[in-house]
Design a protein around this ligand. Structure first.
Ligand SMILES: *Cc1c(COP(=O)(O)O)cnc(C)c1O
Length: 355
Protein backbone atom coordinates (compact mmCIF):
# COMPACT_ATOMS: atom_id res chain seq x y z
CA UNK A 1 0.00 0.00 0.00
CA UNK A 2 1.36 3.44 -0.84
CA UNK A 3 1.18 6.26 1.68
CA UNK A 4 -1.29 7.92 -0.71
CA UNK A 5 -4.00 5.24 -0.46
CA UNK A 6 -7.21 6.64 0.98
CA UNK A 7 -7.84 5.56 4.55
CA UNK A 8 -11.39 4.71 3.41
CA UNK A 9 -9.95 1.63 1.68
CA UNK A 10 -6.95 0.82 3.83
CA UNK A 11 -8.65 -2.20 5.44
CA UNK A 12 -10.12 -3.58 2.19
CA UNK A 13 -9.39 -7.23 1.34
CA UNK A 14 -10.08 -7.60 -2.38
CA UNK A 15 -11.95 -10.48 -3.98
CA UNK A 16 -9.68 -13.28 -5.20
CA UNK A 17 -10.73 -14.58 -8.64
CA UNK A 18 -10.16 -18.24 -9.54
CA UNK A 19 -6.65 -18.83 -10.85
CA UNK A 20 -5.97 -18.40 -14.59
CA UNK A 21 -2.48 -19.93 -14.75
CA UNK A 22 -0.20 -19.58 -17.77
CA UNK A 23 2.53 -22.05 -16.77
CA UNK A 24 0.89 -24.98 -18.62
CA UNK A 25 -2.35 -26.10 -20.26
CA UNK A 26 -4.74 -27.18 -17.52
CA UNK A 27 -8.15 -28.72 -17.76
CA UNK A 28 -9.89 -25.70 -16.25
CA UNK A 29 -12.74 -26.78 -14.02
CA UNK A 30 -12.24 -23.91 -11.58
CA UNK A 31 -14.07 -20.76 -12.73
CA UNK A 32 -17.44 -22.02 -14.01
CA UNK A 33 -16.78 -20.88 -17.57
CA UNK A 34 -18.58 -22.58 -20.45
CA UNK A 35 -16.59 -25.40 -22.09
CA UNK A 36 -17.98 -24.26 -25.45
CA UNK A 37 -16.52 -21.42 -27.54
CA UNK A 38 -18.81 -18.51 -28.40
CA UNK A 39 -21.34 -19.18 -31.19
CA UNK A 40 -19.69 -18.31 -34.57
CA UNK A 41 -22.38 -15.72 -35.47
CA UNK A 42 -21.69 -14.00 -32.14
CA UNK A 43 -17.96 -13.79 -32.90
CA UNK A 44 -18.82 -12.42 -36.35
CA UNK A 45 -21.02 -9.71 -34.79
CA UNK A 46 -18.07 -8.55 -32.66
CA UNK A 47 -15.72 -8.55 -35.67
CA UNK A 48 -18.21 -6.45 -37.66
CA UNK A 49 -18.72 -4.02 -34.80
CA UNK A 50 -14.98 -3.59 -34.27
CA UNK A 51 -14.86 -1.63 -37.57
CA UNK A 52 -16.75 1.13 -35.74
CA UNK A 53 -14.66 1.09 -32.56
CA UNK A 54 -13.56 4.69 -33.20
CA UNK A 55 -17.06 5.68 -32.03
CA UNK A 56 -18.30 5.40 -28.44
CA UNK A 57 -20.73 2.64 -27.66
CA UNK A 58 -24.43 3.51 -27.21
CA UNK A 59 -24.61 4.68 -23.58
CA UNK A 60 -28.25 3.58 -23.42
CA UNK A 61 -27.45 0.10 -24.82
CA UNK A 62 -30.86 0.42 -26.42
CA UNK A 63 -30.76 -2.36 -29.03
CA UNK A 64 -29.56 -4.90 -26.49
CA UNK A 65 -32.06 -3.81 -23.83
CA UNK A 66 -34.86 -4.07 -26.38
CA UNK A 67 -33.77 -7.60 -27.33
CA UNK A 68 -33.49 -8.63 -23.66
CA UNK A 69 -36.89 -7.10 -22.90
CA UNK A 70 -38.46 -9.14 -25.71
CA UNK A 71 -36.68 -12.30 -24.54
CA UNK A 72 -37.83 -11.94 -20.92
CA UNK A 73 -41.24 -10.38 -21.53
CA UNK A 74 -40.54 -7.07 -19.76
CA UNK A 75 -40.12 -3.53 -21.11
CA UNK A 76 -36.75 -1.96 -22.05
CA UNK A 77 -36.91 0.49 -19.13
CA UNK A 78 -36.98 -2.55 -16.83
CA UNK A 79 -33.52 -3.67 -18.04
CA UNK A 80 -30.01 -2.26 -17.45
CA UNK A 81 -26.90 -3.56 -19.28
CA UNK A 82 -23.68 -3.86 -17.29
CA UNK A 83 -20.01 -4.78 -17.67
CA UNK A 84 -20.40 -8.25 -16.18
CA UNK A 85 -23.03 -8.92 -13.53
CA UNK A 86 -20.44 -8.04 -10.86
CA UNK A 87 -20.99 -4.43 -11.93
CA UNK A 88 -24.75 -4.70 -11.32
CA UNK A 89 -24.04 -6.16 -7.88
CA UNK A 90 -21.65 -3.30 -7.10
CA UNK A 91 -24.27 -0.79 -8.28
CA UNK A 92 -26.91 -2.49 -6.09
CA UNK A 93 -24.71 -2.26 -3.00
CA UNK A 94 -24.16 1.44 -3.79
CA UNK A 95 -27.82 2.15 -4.56
CA UNK A 96 -29.76 0.08 -2.05
CA UNK A 97 -27.61 -0.24 1.08
CA UNK A 98 -26.72 2.30 3.76
CA UNK A 99 -26.50 2.50 7.56
CA UNK A 100 -30.30 2.20 7.82
CA UNK A 101 -30.38 -0.67 5.27
CA UNK A 102 -27.49 -3.01 6.02
CA UNK A 103 -26.85 -5.88 3.62
CA UNK A 104 -27.64 -9.49 4.56
CA UNK A 105 -26.58 -12.65 2.77
CA UNK A 106 -25.71 -16.26 3.67
CA UNK A 107 -22.37 -17.16 5.31
CA UNK A 108 -21.69 -19.51 2.41
CA UNK A 109 -22.29 -17.68 -0.87
CA UNK A 110 -20.58 -15.66 -3.59
CA UNK A 111 -17.40 -14.28 -2.02
CA UNK A 112 -17.78 -10.90 -3.70
CA UNK A 113 -20.75 -9.79 -1.54
CA UNK A 114 -18.75 -8.95 1.61
CA UNK A 115 -16.10 -7.27 -0.55
CA UNK A 116 -18.69 -4.98 -2.18
CA UNK A 117 -20.23 -4.22 1.22
CA UNK A 118 -16.86 -3.14 2.62
CA UNK A 119 -15.99 -1.20 -0.54
CA UNK A 120 -19.26 0.72 -0.22
CA UNK A 121 -18.79 1.16 3.51
CA UNK A 122 -22.12 -0.43 4.39
CA UNK A 123 -22.69 -2.73 7.37
CA UNK A 124 -23.51 -6.35 6.57
CA UNK A 125 -24.57 -9.52 8.32
CA UNK A 126 -23.81 -13.07 7.20
CA UNK A 127 -26.56 -15.54 8.10
CA UNK A 128 -25.47 -19.17 8.49
CA UNK A 129 -27.05 -21.63 6.09
CA UNK A 130 -28.48 -24.78 7.68
CA UNK A 131 -26.13 -27.70 8.30
CA UNK A 132 -27.00 -29.14 4.86
CA UNK A 133 -26.34 -25.75 3.17
CA UNK A 134 -30.03 -25.07 2.50
CA UNK A 135 -31.36 -21.60 3.27
CA UNK A 136 -34.04 -20.88 5.87
CA UNK A 137 -36.25 -18.05 4.53
CA UNK A 138 -37.43 -17.24 8.07
CA UNK A 139 -33.97 -15.85 8.86
CA UNK A 140 -34.51 -13.16 6.21
CA UNK A 141 -38.19 -12.62 6.92
CA UNK A 142 -37.37 -11.79 10.52
CA UNK A 143 -34.87 -9.10 9.49
CA UNK A 144 -37.04 -6.39 7.92
CA UNK A 145 -35.36 -3.30 6.52
CA UNK A 146 -32.19 -5.17 5.55
CA UNK A 147 -31.23 -5.40 1.89
CA UNK A 148 -31.01 -9.09 0.93
CA UNK A 149 -28.53 -10.57 -1.55
CA UNK A 150 -29.29 -14.15 -2.62
CA UNK A 151 -27.42 -16.11 -5.24
CA UNK A 152 -29.98 -18.57 -6.65
CA UNK A 153 -28.82 -21.24 -7.41
CA UNK A 154 -26.34 -20.51 -4.63
CA UNK A 155 -22.58 -20.54 -5.13
CA UNK A 156 -20.54 -22.57 -4.39
CA UNK A 157 -23.17 -25.12 -3.27
CA UNK A 158 -25.33 -25.12 -6.43
CA UNK A 159 -28.44 -25.48 -4.25
CA UNK A 160 -31.58 -23.81 -5.65
CA UNK A 161 -34.07 -22.13 -3.32
CA UNK A 162 -37.60 -22.77 -4.71
CA UNK A 163 -39.17 -19.64 -6.16
CA UNK A 164 -42.08 -19.76 -3.67
CA UNK A 165 -39.51 -19.33 -0.86
CA UNK A 166 -37.84 -16.41 -2.65
CA UNK A 167 -41.27 -14.84 -3.06
CA UNK A 168 -42.01 -15.18 0.68
CA UNK A 169 -38.87 -13.17 1.45
CA UNK A 170 -39.72 -10.53 -1.18
CA UNK A 171 -43.33 -10.23 0.05
CA UNK A 172 -42.43 -10.10 3.75
CA UNK A 173 -41.18 -6.50 3.61
CA UNK A 174 -42.01 -4.20 0.68
CA UNK A 175 -39.71 -1.52 2.16
CA UNK A 176 -36.43 -3.21 1.37
CA UNK A 177 -34.87 -4.51 -1.82
CA UNK A 178 -34.18 -8.19 -2.51
CA UNK A 179 -31.43 -8.81 -5.06
CA UNK A 180 -31.53 -12.27 -6.63
CA UNK A 181 -28.25 -13.12 -8.39
CA UNK A 182 -29.19 -15.68 -11.04
CA UNK A 183 -25.74 -16.31 -12.55
CA UNK A 184 -26.53 -20.06 -12.78
CA UNK A 185 -30.30 -20.18 -13.21
CA UNK A 186 -30.13 -21.33 -16.85
CA UNK A 187 -28.67 -24.68 -15.73
CA UNK A 188 -31.65 -25.78 -13.70
CA UNK A 189 -33.38 -23.18 -11.54
CA UNK A 190 -36.49 -21.12 -12.16
CA UNK A 191 -36.03 -17.38 -12.66
CA UNK A 192 -37.60 -14.78 -10.36
CA UNK A 193 -38.02 -12.45 -13.37
CA UNK A 194 -41.64 -13.60 -13.62
CA UNK A 195 -42.34 -12.10 -10.16
CA UNK A 196 -41.18 -8.61 -11.15
CA UNK A 197 -44.61 -7.26 -12.24
CA UNK A 198 -45.92 -7.88 -8.69
CA UNK A 199 -42.94 -6.64 -6.66
CA UNK A 200 -41.36 -3.16 -6.91
CA UNK A 201 -38.65 -4.30 -4.43
CA UNK A 202 -37.24 -7.19 -6.49
CA UNK A 203 -34.10 -6.93 -8.62
CA UNK A 204 -32.85 -9.90 -10.64
CA UNK A 205 -29.21 -9.94 -11.78
CA UNK A 206 -28.11 -12.09 -14.73
CA UNK A 207 -24.92 -12.77 -16.67
CA UNK A 208 -23.79 -13.95 -20.10
CA UNK A 209 -20.63 -15.38 -18.53
CA UNK A 210 -21.75 -18.88 -17.70
CA UNK A 211 -24.76 -19.95 -19.76
CA UNK A 212 -23.98 -17.96 -22.94
CA UNK A 213 -20.26 -18.77 -23.31
CA UNK A 214 -19.18 -15.11 -23.01
CA UNK A 215 -17.24 -14.76 -19.72
CA UNK A 216 -14.45 -12.85 -21.48
CA UNK A 217 -16.83 -10.39 -23.16
CA UNK A 218 -18.00 -9.08 -19.74
CA UNK A 219 -21.74 -8.73 -20.12
CA UNK A 220 -24.48 -8.86 -17.54
CA UNK A 221 -27.87 -7.24 -17.02
CA UNK A 222 -30.37 -6.62 -14.29
CA UNK A 223 -34.16 -6.70 -14.48
CA UNK A 224 -36.55 -4.93 -12.14
CA UNK A 225 -39.37 -2.41 -12.15
CA UNK A 226 -38.48 0.84 -13.92
CA UNK A 227 -37.95 2.87 -10.73
CA UNK A 228 -35.32 0.43 -9.37
CA UNK A 229 -33.57 0.34 -12.74
CA UNK A 230 -33.58 4.16 -12.84
CA UNK A 231 -31.64 4.19 -9.54
CA UNK A 232 -29.03 1.86 -11.01
CA UNK A 233 -28.85 4.09 -14.10
CA UNK A 234 -28.11 7.07 -11.84
CA UNK A 235 -25.15 5.19 -10.41
CA UNK A 236 -24.02 4.01 -13.86
CA UNK A 237 -24.13 7.51 -15.39
CA UNK A 238 -22.18 8.72 -12.35
CA UNK A 239 -19.39 6.20 -12.83
CA UNK A 240 -19.07 5.00 -16.45
CA UNK A 241 -21.82 5.75 -19.01
CA UNK A 242 -20.02 3.71 -21.70
CA UNK A 243 -19.69 0.73 -19.37
CA UNK A 244 -20.41 -1.89 -22.06
CA UNK A 245 -18.23 -1.70 -25.14
CA UNK A 246 -19.52 -1.85 -28.71
CA UNK A 247 -18.29 -5.34 -29.52
CA UNK A 248 -19.87 -6.76 -26.38
CA UNK A 249 -23.21 -5.02 -26.99
CA UNK A 250 -23.28 -6.57 -30.47
CA UNK A 251 -22.34 -10.00 -29.12
CA UNK A 252 -25.08 -9.79 -26.51
CA UNK A 253 -27.81 -9.14 -29.06
CA UNK A 254 -26.44 -11.75 -31.52
CA UNK A 255 -26.33 -14.34 -28.74
CA UNK A 256 -30.04 -13.81 -28.01
CA UNK A 257 -30.82 -14.38 -31.68
CA UNK A 258 -29.26 -17.84 -31.22
CA UNK A 259 -30.50 -18.53 -27.73
CA UNK A 260 -31.75 -21.98 -28.76
CA UNK A 261 -28.06 -22.96 -29.11
CA UNK A 262 -27.29 -21.58 -25.64
CA UNK A 263 -30.25 -23.44 -24.17
CA UNK A 264 -29.23 -26.72 -25.77
CA UNK A 265 -25.69 -26.28 -24.39
CA UNK A 266 -27.10 -25.67 -20.90
CA UNK A 267 -29.21 -28.84 -21.13
CA UNK A 268 -26.12 -30.82 -22.14
CA UNK A 269 -24.09 -29.39 -19.24
CA UNK A 270 -26.93 -30.27 -16.83
CA UNK A 271 -27.02 -33.87 -18.10
CA UNK A 272 -23.25 -34.22 -17.78
CA UNK A 273 -23.48 -32.68 -14.30
CA UNK A 274 -26.03 -35.21 -13.13
CA UNK A 275 -24.11 -38.16 -14.56
CA UNK A 276 -20.85 -36.91 -13.00
CA UNK A 277 -22.57 -36.39 -9.63
CA UNK A 278 -23.93 -39.96 -9.71
CA UNK A 279 -20.50 -41.34 -10.49
CA UNK A 280 -18.87 -39.29 -7.73
CA UNK A 281 -21.47 -40.50 -5.22
CA UNK A 282 -20.70 -44.08 -6.23
CA UNK A 283 -17.04 -43.31 -5.41
CA UNK A 284 -18.05 -42.22 -1.91
CA UNK A 285 -18.30 -38.45 -2.35
CA UNK A 286 -20.89 -36.30 -0.60
CA UNK A 287 -22.22 -34.14 -3.43
CA UNK A 288 -24.72 -31.33 -2.89
CA UNK A 289 -27.82 -31.29 -5.07
CA UNK A 290 -26.61 -28.82 -7.72
CA UNK A 291 -28.81 -26.91 -10.17
CA UNK A 292 -25.77 -25.03 -11.52
CA UNK A 293 -22.89 -25.79 -13.93
CA UNK A 294 -20.65 -27.02 -11.10
CA UNK A 295 -20.56 -29.68 -8.41
CA UNK A 296 -19.67 -29.15 -4.76
CA UNK A 297 -18.25 -32.26 -3.15
CA UNK A 298 -16.19 -33.77 -0.35
CA UNK A 299 -14.81 -37.22 0.27
CA UNK A 300 -14.38 -38.82 3.71
CA UNK A 301 -10.96 -40.23 2.78
CA UNK A 302 -9.25 -37.18 1.21
CA UNK A 303 -9.32 -33.66 2.59
CA UNK A 304 -10.34 -30.86 0.24
CA UNK A 305 -6.95 -29.26 -0.06
CA UNK A 306 -5.14 -32.56 -0.85
CA UNK A 307 -7.66 -33.43 -3.53
CA UNK A 308 -7.23 -29.97 -5.03
CA UNK A 309 -3.40 -30.32 -5.03
CA UNK A 310 -3.39 -33.86 -6.43
CA UNK A 311 -5.73 -32.88 -9.24
CA UNK A 312 -3.54 -29.87 -9.99
CA UNK A 313 -0.47 -32.13 -10.26
CA UNK A 314 -2.41 -34.07 -12.88
CA UNK A 315 -3.20 -30.89 -14.83
CA UNK A 316 -6.76 -30.44 -13.56
CA UNK A 317 -7.83 -27.25 -11.82
CA UNK A 318 -10.81 -27.13 -9.48
CA UNK A 319 -11.72 -24.48 -6.90
CA UNK A 320 -10.87 -25.00 -3.25
CA UNK A 321 -12.00 -22.52 -0.59
CA UNK A 322 -10.26 -22.02 2.75
CA UNK A 323 -13.39 -20.85 4.62
CA UNK A 324 -13.53 -23.26 7.63
CA UNK A 325 -17.09 -24.44 7.00
CA UNK A 326 -16.34 -25.57 3.46
CA UNK A 327 -12.65 -26.39 3.43
CA UNK A 328 -13.37 -30.13 3.08
CA UNK A 329 -15.04 -29.40 -0.25
CA UNK A 330 -14.05 -28.60 -3.79
CA UNK A 331 -16.13 -26.89 -6.43
CA UNK A 332 -15.82 -28.58 -9.80
CA UNK A 333 -17.03 -26.83 -12.94
CA UNK A 334 -18.92 -29.15 -15.27
CA UNK A 335 -17.20 -29.31 -18.65
CA UNK A 336 -17.87 -31.55 -21.64
CA UNK A 337 -18.59 -35.28 -21.17
CA UNK A 338 -15.04 -36.03 -22.27
CA UNK A 339 -13.50 -33.53 -19.84
CA UNK A 340 -15.51 -35.02 -16.98
CA UNK A 341 -14.29 -38.49 -17.94
CA UNK A 342 -10.73 -37.20 -17.57
CA UNK A 343 -11.70 -35.70 -14.22
CA UNK A 344 -13.35 -38.83 -12.79
CA UNK A 345 -10.47 -41.03 -14.01
CA UNK A 346 -8.01 -38.77 -12.14
CA UNK A 347 -10.21 -38.84 -9.04
CA UNK A 348 -10.32 -42.67 -9.11
CA UNK A 349 -6.51 -42.80 -9.21
CA UNK A 350 -6.20 -40.35 -6.34
CA UNK A 351 -8.69 -42.31 -4.23
CA UNK A 352 -6.85 -45.59 -4.90
CA UNK A 353 -3.61 -43.98 -3.74
CA UNK A 354 -5.14 -42.54 -0.57
CA UNK A 355 -7.28 -45.44 0.66
C1 LIG B 1 -19.78 -15.72 -11.88
C2 LIG B 1 -20.70 -15.07 -10.92
C3 LIG B 1 -21.01 -13.72 -11.03
C4 LIG B 1 -20.24 -12.78 -11.92
O1 LIG B 1 -20.45 -12.90 -13.21
P1 LIG B 1 -19.88 -11.83 -14.25
O2 LIG B 1 -21.09 -11.54 -15.05
O3 LIG B 1 -18.84 -12.58 -15.00
O4 LIG B 1 -19.36 -10.62 -13.54
C5 LIG B 1 -21.96 -13.18 -10.19
N1 LIG B 1 -22.54 -13.92 -9.24
C6 LIG B 1 -22.25 -15.21 -9.08
C7 LIG B 1 -22.93 -15.98 -8.00
C8 LIG B 1 -21.30 -15.82 -9.90
O5 LIG B 1 -20.95 -17.08 -9.71
Amino acid sequence: MSRFFSEKYAALTPYVPGEQPRDMQYLKLNTNESPYPPIPAVVEAAREEATRANLYSDPTAFALRQALAARYDVSPDEVIAVNGSDEALNFAFMAFCDAAHPAVFPDITYGFYPVFARLCGVPYEEIPLREDFTLDPEEYIRRPGKTVFLANPNAPTGIFLPLAQVERIVRADPDRVIIVDEAYVDFGGESAIKLIPQYPNLLVVRTYSKSRSLAGARLGFAVGQASLIADLETIRYSTNPYNVNRMTLAMGAASLAHDDVNRQRCRTVAEVRDRTAAEMRSLGFDVTDSSANFLFARHPAVDGESLYRKLRQRGILVRHFTLPRIRDYNRITVGTAEQMKTFTAAVREILEEST
